[in-house]
Design a protein around this ligand. Structure first.
Ligand SMILES: [Ca+2]
Ligand SMILES: [Ca+2]
Ligand SMILES: [Ca+2]
Length: 452
Protein backbone atom coordinates (compact mmCIF):
# COMPACT_ATOMS: atom_id res chain seq x y z
CA UNK A 1 0.00 0.00 0.00
CA UNK A 2 1.29 3.44 -0.96
CA UNK A 3 0.61 6.42 1.30
CA UNK A 4 0.66 10.03 0.22
CA UNK A 5 1.84 12.94 2.28
CA UNK A 6 0.18 16.23 1.43
CA UNK A 7 -0.14 19.76 2.78
CA UNK A 8 -3.94 19.44 2.70
CA UNK A 9 -5.37 19.33 6.22
CA UNK A 10 -5.99 15.70 7.14
CA UNK A 11 -6.16 15.74 10.91
CA UNK A 12 -8.12 17.70 13.50
CA UNK A 13 -10.45 19.47 11.07
CA UNK A 14 -11.36 16.36 9.15
CA UNK A 15 -10.48 12.72 8.82
CA UNK A 16 -11.43 10.18 6.20
CA UNK A 17 -12.06 12.38 3.18
CA UNK A 18 -11.01 12.16 -0.44
CA UNK A 19 -7.71 13.67 -1.54
CA UNK A 20 -8.44 15.25 -4.92
CA UNK A 21 -5.90 16.37 -7.55
CA UNK A 22 -6.12 19.76 -9.29
CA UNK A 23 -7.70 17.90 -12.23
CA UNK A 24 -10.54 16.66 -10.06
CA UNK A 25 -9.36 13.02 -9.76
CA UNK A 26 -9.59 11.18 -6.45
CA UNK A 27 -6.00 10.13 -5.79
CA UNK A 28 -6.21 9.13 -2.14
CA UNK A 29 -8.36 8.66 0.93
CA UNK A 30 -7.12 10.23 4.13
CA UNK A 31 -7.53 8.43 7.40
CA UNK A 32 -4.13 7.20 8.52
CA UNK A 33 -3.34 9.28 11.52
CA UNK A 34 -0.61 8.74 14.06
CA UNK A 35 -1.94 9.02 17.57
CA UNK A 36 -0.46 11.85 19.66
CA UNK A 37 0.51 13.81 16.57
CA UNK A 38 -1.01 16.05 13.95
CA UNK A 39 0.57 14.10 11.18
CA UNK A 40 -1.68 12.12 8.85
CA UNK A 41 -1.45 10.43 5.48
CA UNK A 42 -3.76 9.53 2.64
CA UNK A 43 -3.83 5.99 1.24
CA UNK A 44 -3.42 5.72 -2.51
CA UNK A 45 -6.76 5.48 -4.35
CA UNK A 46 -5.18 3.09 -6.87
CA UNK A 47 -4.39 0.65 -4.04
CA UNK A 48 -7.80 1.09 -2.43
CA UNK A 49 -9.86 0.69 -5.63
CA UNK A 50 -9.74 -3.14 -5.71
CA UNK A 51 -10.88 -3.22 -2.06
CA UNK A 52 -13.73 -0.82 -2.84
CA UNK A 53 -14.81 -3.06 -5.74
CA UNK A 54 -14.72 -6.13 -3.52
CA UNK A 55 -16.83 -4.30 -0.96
CA UNK A 56 -19.40 -3.26 -3.62
CA UNK A 57 -19.58 -6.89 -4.80
CA UNK A 58 -20.40 -7.95 -1.25
CA UNK A 59 -17.02 -9.65 -0.72
CA UNK A 60 -14.69 -9.54 2.24
CA UNK A 61 -12.69 -6.35 1.87
CA UNK A 62 -10.77 -6.78 5.10
CA UNK A 63 -8.62 -9.37 3.26
CA UNK A 64 -8.48 -11.14 6.58
CA UNK A 65 -10.99 -13.88 5.81
CA UNK A 66 -13.88 -14.66 8.07
CA UNK A 67 -13.28 -15.12 11.77
CA UNK A 68 -16.41 -16.79 13.09
CA UNK A 69 -16.85 -17.22 16.81
CA UNK A 70 -16.72 -20.77 17.95
CA UNK A 71 -20.22 -22.25 17.61
CA UNK A 72 -19.63 -25.38 19.60
CA UNK A 73 -20.79 -25.46 23.24
CA UNK A 74 -17.52 -27.02 24.26
CA UNK A 75 -16.96 -29.54 27.02
CA UNK A 76 -15.44 -29.61 30.47
CA UNK A 77 -12.37 -31.52 29.46
CA UNK A 78 -10.18 -30.85 26.44
CA UNK A 79 -7.35 -33.19 25.44
CA UNK A 80 -5.12 -31.89 22.70
CA UNK A 81 -1.75 -32.38 21.09
CA UNK A 82 0.52 -29.42 20.38
CA UNK A 83 2.63 -30.23 17.31
CA UNK A 84 5.24 -27.53 17.80
CA UNK A 85 6.33 -24.86 20.29
CA UNK A 86 4.40 -22.16 18.38
CA UNK A 87 1.12 -23.98 18.49
CA UNK A 88 -1.10 -22.24 21.05
CA UNK A 89 -4.67 -23.41 21.65
CA UNK A 90 -7.39 -21.10 22.85
CA UNK A 91 -10.57 -22.02 24.69
CA UNK A 92 -13.40 -19.66 25.52
CA UNK A 93 -15.39 -19.55 28.73
CA UNK A 94 -18.90 -18.13 28.53
CA UNK A 95 -20.49 -18.06 31.97
CA UNK A 96 -22.36 -15.49 34.04
CA UNK A 97 -20.72 -12.72 36.06
CA UNK A 98 -20.12 -13.90 39.61
CA UNK A 99 -19.30 -17.51 38.63
CA UNK A 100 -16.15 -19.06 40.00
CA UNK A 101 -14.08 -20.89 37.39
CA UNK A 102 -11.72 -23.66 38.41
CA UNK A 103 -9.18 -24.95 35.93
CA UNK A 104 -6.90 -27.93 36.03
CA UNK A 105 -4.02 -28.23 33.63
CA UNK A 106 -1.82 -31.25 33.17
CA UNK A 107 0.35 -33.11 30.71
CA UNK A 108 3.47 -35.16 30.26
CA UNK A 109 5.30 -32.03 29.15
CA UNK A 110 5.51 -28.66 30.90
CA UNK A 111 2.90 -26.24 29.60
CA UNK A 112 1.67 -22.72 30.29
CA UNK A 113 -1.84 -21.36 30.42
CA UNK A 114 -2.97 -17.73 30.43
CA UNK A 115 -6.47 -16.46 31.18
CA UNK A 116 -7.62 -13.19 29.56
CA UNK A 117 -10.70 -11.08 30.37
CA UNK A 118 -12.84 -10.01 27.35
CA UNK A 119 -10.95 -6.70 26.98
CA UNK A 120 -7.72 -8.65 26.52
CA UNK A 121 -6.22 -7.98 29.94
CA UNK A 122 -4.25 -10.87 31.38
CA UNK A 123 -5.92 -12.22 34.49
CA UNK A 124 -4.04 -15.33 35.48
CA UNK A 125 -1.03 -17.40 34.40
CA UNK A 126 -0.18 -20.94 35.45
CA UNK A 127 2.50 -23.45 34.60
CA UNK A 128 2.44 -27.17 35.19
CA UNK A 129 5.79 -28.69 36.08
CA UNK A 130 6.73 -31.85 34.24
CA UNK A 131 4.27 -34.65 34.92
CA UNK A 132 2.46 -32.51 37.48
CA UNK A 133 -0.88 -30.79 37.38
CA UNK A 134 -1.61 -27.17 38.06
CA UNK A 135 -4.88 -25.73 39.29
CA UNK A 136 -6.13 -22.19 38.99
CA UNK A 137 -9.29 -20.45 40.11
CA UNK A 138 -10.78 -17.07 39.31
CA UNK A 139 -14.04 -15.20 39.50
CA UNK A 140 -15.85 -13.82 36.45
CA UNK A 141 -16.15 -10.09 37.06
CA UNK A 142 -16.89 -8.76 33.59
CA UNK A 143 -19.55 -9.73 31.08
CA UNK A 144 -18.38 -11.57 27.96
CA UNK A 145 -16.22 -14.46 26.91
CA UNK A 146 -13.00 -15.02 28.81
CA UNK A 147 -10.27 -16.92 27.02
CA UNK A 148 -7.64 -19.41 28.11
CA UNK A 149 -4.56 -19.83 25.89
CA UNK A 150 -2.43 -22.91 26.30
CA UNK A 151 1.05 -23.61 24.94
CA UNK A 152 4.20 -25.57 25.66
CA UNK A 153 6.56 -24.16 28.29
CA UNK A 154 9.40 -26.41 27.18
CA UNK A 155 9.99 -29.00 24.53
CA UNK A 156 8.98 -29.46 20.92
CA UNK A 157 5.59 -31.17 21.15
CA UNK A 158 3.30 -32.84 23.59
CA UNK A 159 -0.10 -33.92 24.83
CA UNK A 160 -1.89 -31.67 27.32
CA UNK A 161 -5.23 -31.69 29.10
CA UNK A 162 -7.18 -28.68 30.28
CA UNK A 163 -10.29 -29.29 32.34
CA UNK A 164 -12.61 -27.07 34.30
CA UNK A 165 -15.87 -26.85 36.23
CA UNK A 166 -17.35 -25.01 33.21
CA UNK A 167 -17.44 -25.73 29.48
CA UNK A 168 -14.28 -24.91 27.53
CA UNK A 169 -15.20 -23.86 24.00
CA UNK A 170 -12.45 -24.47 21.40
CA UNK A 171 -11.62 -21.37 19.37
CA UNK A 172 -9.97 -22.09 16.04
CA UNK A 173 -7.42 -19.60 14.75
CA UNK A 174 -7.57 -19.76 10.92
CA UNK A 175 -4.00 -18.45 10.63
CA UNK A 176 -2.20 -21.21 12.48
CA UNK A 177 -0.70 -23.93 10.31
CA UNK A 178 -1.44 -22.16 7.00
CA UNK A 179 1.06 -22.86 4.18
CA UNK A 180 2.82 -19.90 2.61
CA UNK A 181 4.16 -20.75 -0.83
CA UNK A 182 7.36 -18.95 -1.90
CA UNK A 183 6.48 -15.84 -3.88
CA UNK A 184 3.18 -15.43 -2.06
CA UNK A 185 1.68 -12.93 0.34
CA UNK A 186 -0.79 -14.03 2.99
CA UNK A 187 -3.00 -11.97 5.30
CA UNK A 188 -3.22 -12.91 8.96
CA UNK A 189 -4.61 -11.44 12.12
CA UNK A 190 -3.53 -11.34 15.73
CA UNK A 191 -6.98 -12.11 17.06
CA UNK A 192 -6.39 -11.31 20.70
CA UNK A 193 -3.63 -9.84 22.87
CA UNK A 194 -0.93 -12.47 23.14
CA UNK A 195 -1.96 -14.27 19.93
CA UNK A 196 0.97 -15.90 18.15
CA UNK A 197 0.43 -17.14 14.59
CA UNK A 198 2.58 -19.72 12.88
CA UNK A 199 2.71 -20.41 9.17
CA UNK A 200 4.35 -23.34 7.39
CA UNK A 201 6.99 -22.63 4.85
CA UNK A 202 8.76 -25.22 2.69
CA UNK A 203 12.31 -24.14 1.96
CA UNK A 204 15.28 -25.61 0.12
CA UNK A 205 18.68 -25.72 1.79
CA UNK A 206 20.88 -22.82 0.74
CA UNK A 207 18.22 -20.81 -1.08
CA UNK A 208 17.93 -17.44 0.66
CA UNK A 209 14.45 -16.01 1.03
CA UNK A 210 13.24 -12.58 2.03
CA UNK A 211 10.51 -12.74 4.63
CA UNK A 212 8.52 -9.67 5.49
CA UNK A 213 5.70 -8.85 7.89
CA UNK A 214 3.89 -5.56 7.33
CA UNK A 215 1.24 -4.04 9.55
CA UNK A 216 -0.33 -0.77 10.57
CA UNK A 217 -1.90 -2.40 13.61
CA UNK A 218 0.74 -4.42 15.37
CA UNK A 219 4.44 -4.03 16.13
CA UNK A 220 5.23 -7.05 13.99
CA UNK A 221 7.87 -9.47 15.18
CA UNK A 222 8.99 -12.32 12.98
CA UNK A 223 10.52 -15.59 14.17
CA UNK A 224 11.85 -18.33 11.89
CA UNK A 225 12.29 -21.80 13.35
CA UNK A 226 12.17 -25.43 12.23
CA UNK A 227 11.41 -28.78 13.87
CA UNK A 228 14.37 -30.13 15.91
CA UNK A 229 16.05 -26.72 15.94
CA UNK A 230 18.44 -25.74 18.70
CA UNK A 231 17.96 -22.52 20.65
CA UNK A 232 20.72 -20.72 18.76
CA UNK A 233 19.20 -21.67 15.40
CA UNK A 234 15.99 -19.72 16.00
CA UNK A 235 16.03 -16.26 14.40
CA UNK A 236 13.96 -13.23 15.34
CA UNK A 237 13.52 -9.84 13.74
CA UNK A 238 11.50 -6.97 15.12
CA UNK A 239 11.80 -3.75 13.14
CA UNK A 240 14.13 -4.64 10.24
CA UNK A 241 11.43 -3.96 7.65
CA UNK A 242 10.85 -0.32 8.57
CA UNK A 243 7.66 0.52 6.76
CA UNK A 244 5.21 3.30 7.47
CA UNK A 245 5.26 2.88 11.24
CA UNK A 246 8.94 1.83 11.31
CA UNK A 247 7.91 -1.36 13.09
CA UNK A 248 7.62 -3.88 10.24
CA UNK A 249 9.92 -6.87 10.30
CA UNK A 250 12.07 -8.31 7.58
CA UNK A 251 14.67 -11.05 7.42
CA UNK A 252 16.89 -12.64 4.79
CA UNK A 253 16.91 -16.27 5.80
CA UNK A 254 19.19 -18.95 4.37
CA UNK A 255 17.91 -22.43 5.31
CA UNK A 256 20.48 -24.97 6.49
CA UNK A 257 18.12 -27.85 5.74
CA UNK A 258 15.40 -28.67 3.22
CA UNK A 259 11.91 -29.03 4.60
CA UNK A 260 9.22 -27.33 6.59
CA UNK A 261 10.01 -24.19 8.60
CA UNK A 262 7.84 -22.24 11.00
CA UNK A 263 7.28 -18.61 10.24
CA UNK A 264 5.91 -17.04 13.40
CA UNK A 265 4.22 -13.65 13.70
CA UNK A 266 3.61 -11.94 17.02
CA UNK A 267 3.31 -8.46 18.45
CA UNK A 268 6.64 -7.35 19.95
CA UNK A 269 4.90 -5.38 22.70
CA UNK A 270 2.24 -8.06 23.39
CA UNK A 271 -0.33 -5.28 23.54
CA UNK A 272 -1.83 -4.94 20.05
CA UNK A 273 -4.20 -6.95 17.91
CA UNK A 274 -5.03 -6.63 14.23
CA UNK A 275 -4.22 -7.62 10.70
CA UNK A 276 -0.87 -7.99 8.96
CA UNK A 277 0.53 -9.21 5.68
CA UNK A 278 3.31 -11.75 5.51
CA UNK A 279 5.24 -12.40 2.33
CA UNK A 280 8.02 -14.74 1.25
CA UNK A 281 10.15 -14.09 -1.82
CA UNK A 282 13.38 -15.35 -3.28
CA UNK A 283 16.01 -12.91 -1.98
CA UNK A 284 18.28 -10.86 -4.22
CA UNK A 285 21.67 -12.52 -4.95
CA UNK A 286 23.65 -10.18 -2.70
CA UNK A 287 21.27 -10.25 0.30
CA UNK A 288 23.08 -10.68 3.62
CA UNK A 289 21.23 -13.49 5.35
CA UNK A 290 21.17 -14.24 9.08
CA UNK A 291 23.78 -16.78 10.17
CA UNK A 292 22.42 -20.09 11.37
CA UNK A 293 24.87 -22.36 13.21
CA UNK A 294 25.07 -25.88 11.73
CA UNK A 295 22.91 -28.72 12.90
CA UNK A 296 24.66 -30.69 15.61
CA UNK A 297 25.92 -34.13 14.84
CA UNK A 298 23.98 -36.92 16.54
CA UNK A 299 25.46 -40.28 17.50
CA UNK A 300 24.12 -43.32 19.29
CA UNK A 301 25.42 -44.22 22.73
CA UNK A 302 24.56 -46.92 25.30
CA UNK A 303 22.28 -44.25 26.81
CA UNK A 304 20.35 -43.35 23.67
CA UNK A 305 20.99 -40.72 21.04
CA UNK A 306 23.50 -38.02 21.93
CA UNK A 307 24.15 -34.73 20.19
CA UNK A 308 27.74 -33.58 20.06
CA UNK A 309 27.80 -30.11 21.52
CA UNK A 310 30.72 -28.05 20.17
CA UNK A 311 31.36 -24.81 22.00
CA UNK A 312 31.02 -21.88 19.60
CA UNK A 313 33.66 -19.90 21.51
CA UNK A 314 35.88 -22.06 23.68
CA UNK A 315 37.06 -25.02 21.60
CA UNK A 316 35.67 -27.96 23.54
CA UNK A 317 32.98 -30.52 22.92
CA UNK A 318 30.75 -32.76 24.99
CA UNK A 319 27.97 -35.22 24.35
CA UNK A 320 24.48 -34.27 25.51
CA UNK A 321 21.29 -36.37 25.58
CA UNK A 322 19.50 -35.67 22.29
CA UNK A 323 16.03 -35.94 23.81
CA UNK A 324 16.66 -33.40 26.58
CA UNK A 325 15.20 -30.03 25.74
CA UNK A 326 16.95 -26.67 25.65
CA UNK A 327 15.59 -24.36 28.34
CA UNK A 328 16.33 -21.33 26.17
CA UNK A 329 17.19 -19.19 29.14
CA UNK A 330 20.11 -18.20 31.27
CA UNK A 331 23.04 -15.86 31.57
CA UNK A 332 25.44 -15.34 28.66
CA UNK A 333 28.09 -17.62 30.20
CA UNK A 334 25.67 -20.56 29.91
CA UNK A 335 26.65 -22.25 26.68
CA UNK A 336 24.18 -25.07 27.04
CA UNK A 337 21.17 -25.62 29.27
CA UNK A 338 19.07 -28.75 28.86
CA UNK A 339 16.31 -30.36 30.87
CA UNK A 340 14.53 -33.70 30.60
CA UNK A 341 10.84 -34.43 31.24
CA UNK A 342 11.50 -35.03 34.96
CA UNK A 343 13.40 -31.80 35.50
CA UNK A 344 16.88 -33.35 35.58
CA UNK A 345 19.27 -30.96 33.87
CA UNK A 346 22.61 -30.43 32.20
CA UNK A 347 24.26 -27.02 32.17
CA UNK A 348 27.54 -25.96 30.63
CA UNK A 349 28.97 -22.71 31.93
CA UNK A 350 32.10 -21.14 30.52
CA UNK A 351 34.02 -18.51 32.43
CA UNK A 352 36.92 -16.44 31.15
CA UNK A 353 38.95 -16.07 34.33
CA UNK A 354 41.09 -13.21 33.03
CA UNK A 355 38.10 -11.18 31.81
CA UNK A 356 36.20 -11.90 35.03
CA UNK A 357 39.28 -10.99 37.14
CA UNK A 358 38.95 -14.26 39.02
CA UNK A 359 41.97 -14.78 41.19
CA UNK A 360 42.46 -18.49 40.50
CA UNK A 361 44.83 -19.60 37.80
CA UNK A 362 45.12 -23.30 38.56
CA UNK A 363 42.54 -26.05 38.23
CA UNK A 364 42.84 -26.74 41.97
CA UNK A 365 42.41 -23.08 42.88
CA UNK A 366 39.41 -22.67 40.59
CA UNK A 367 37.82 -25.87 41.95
CA UNK A 368 38.22 -24.55 45.51
CA UNK A 369 36.41 -21.42 44.40
CA UNK A 370 33.56 -23.43 42.84
CA UNK A 371 33.12 -25.42 46.05
CA UNK A 372 33.06 -22.30 48.22
CA UNK A 373 30.56 -20.58 45.90
CA UNK A 374 28.32 -23.65 45.93
CA UNK A 375 28.49 -23.81 49.72
CA UNK A 376 27.45 -20.17 49.91
CA UNK A 377 24.73 -20.25 47.25
CA UNK A 378 23.08 -23.67 47.16
CA UNK A 379 20.76 -24.44 50.09
CA UNK A 380 21.86 -27.53 52.00
CA UNK A 381 25.01 -28.01 49.90
CA UNK A 382 27.16 -30.93 50.95
CA UNK A 383 30.31 -31.98 49.11
CA UNK A 384 30.34 -35.79 48.82
CA UNK A 385 33.56 -36.23 46.88
CA UNK A 386 36.23 -34.43 44.93
CA UNK A 387 38.45 -36.28 42.53
CA UNK A 388 41.09 -35.48 39.93
CA UNK A 389 40.18 -37.33 36.75
CA UNK A 390 41.85 -37.54 33.41
CA UNK A 391 39.33 -37.77 30.55
CA UNK A 392 39.59 -40.36 27.75
CA UNK A 393 41.48 -37.92 25.52
CA UNK A 394 43.80 -36.83 28.33
CA UNK A 395 42.39 -33.56 29.71
CA UNK A 396 42.87 -32.84 33.39
CA UNK A 397 39.59 -32.30 35.17
CA UNK A 398 38.21 -32.16 38.69
CA UNK A 399 34.98 -34.00 39.37
CA UNK A 400 32.79 -32.85 42.23
CA UNK A 401 29.89 -34.86 43.64
CA UNK A 402 27.45 -33.16 45.96
CA UNK A 403 24.00 -33.22 47.39
CA UNK A 404 21.78 -30.21 47.90
CA UNK A 405 18.38 -29.07 49.06
CA UNK A 406 18.18 -31.43 52.04
CA UNK A 407 19.59 -34.35 50.08
CA UNK A 408 16.77 -34.32 47.50
CA UNK A 409 19.07 -33.26 44.64
CA UNK A 410 22.30 -34.93 43.57
CA UNK A 411 24.77 -33.07 41.43
CA UNK A 412 27.96 -33.85 39.56
CA UNK A 413 30.24 -31.22 38.16
CA UNK A 414 33.20 -31.55 35.87
CA UNK A 415 35.63 -28.64 35.97
CA UNK A 416 38.37 -28.01 33.44
CA UNK A 417 40.70 -25.08 32.86
CA UNK A 418 42.16 -24.68 29.39
CA UNK A 419 45.49 -23.07 28.48
CA UNK A 420 43.79 -19.69 27.84
CA UNK A 421 42.46 -19.61 31.41
CA UNK A 422 38.94 -20.41 30.27
CA UNK A 423 37.08 -22.46 32.89
CA UNK A 424 34.61 -24.99 31.52
CA UNK A 425 32.01 -26.39 33.91
CA UNK A 426 29.64 -29.21 33.03
CA UNK A 427 26.98 -29.71 35.67
CA UNK A 428 24.45 -32.54 35.80
CA UNK A 429 21.62 -32.51 38.33
CA UNK A 430 19.12 -35.21 39.14
CA UNK A 431 16.55 -35.87 41.82
CA UNK A 432 17.78 -38.33 44.43
CA UNK A 433 15.37 -41.04 43.14
CA UNK A 434 16.59 -40.73 39.57
CA UNK A 435 20.27 -40.22 40.25
CA UNK A 436 21.13 -43.90 40.40
CA UNK A 437 19.49 -44.59 37.02
CA UNK A 438 21.32 -41.66 35.44
CA UNK A 439 24.75 -41.85 37.06
CA UNK A 440 26.24 -44.11 34.36
CA UNK A 441 25.07 -41.70 31.70
CA UNK A 442 26.62 -38.85 33.67
CA UNK A 443 29.93 -40.77 33.73
CA UNK A 444 29.63 -41.25 29.96
CA UNK A 445 29.01 -37.51 29.40
CA UNK A 446 32.02 -36.55 31.51
CA UNK A 447 34.23 -39.09 29.71
CA UNK A 448 33.15 -37.70 26.34
CA UNK A 449 34.38 -34.22 27.23
CA UNK A 450 37.12 -33.08 24.87
CA UNK A 451 39.14 -29.93 25.19
CA UNK A 452 40.68 -29.10 21.80
CA1 LIG B 1 -4.32 -15.39 14.59
CA1 LIG C 1 -2.60 -18.00 16.56
CA1 LIG D 1 8.36 -4.64 14.91
Amino acid sequence: MTFLETDAVVTREQVGGALVSDRGEIIGISGVRFSDSDFGLAASAADLAPLAETLIDGGDATILGSRPYAQDDGQRRQDFFLENPWNIRTFLIDVAVGSTVELNFRGRVPGLYSVFVPSGRLLLVGENGSAESESGRFQIETEGRHSVSVGLALGREGQLTLSGNVNLIPSEDPDDGVDIPKGDRVAGNLDFIGDVDYFLLNLDEGETVEIQVESMNIDAELTVDFPESLTEQVHKNNDGGGGLSGADSRMFYKPIRTGVHYLVVSDATVSNTGGYLVSVDVAPEDAASVETPPIRETISSPFGLMTIFKSPTSGFSAHAPADWNPTGQGQPSKELSLVDDSGNNMIIVVEDLVAASVDATTLEGYSDLVVSLFAAQIPGFELLSRENVQTAEGSDTVRLEYSAVGGTIRGSRLVHLNENNIAINITLHATLEEYEGLSEMFDYIFESFRSE
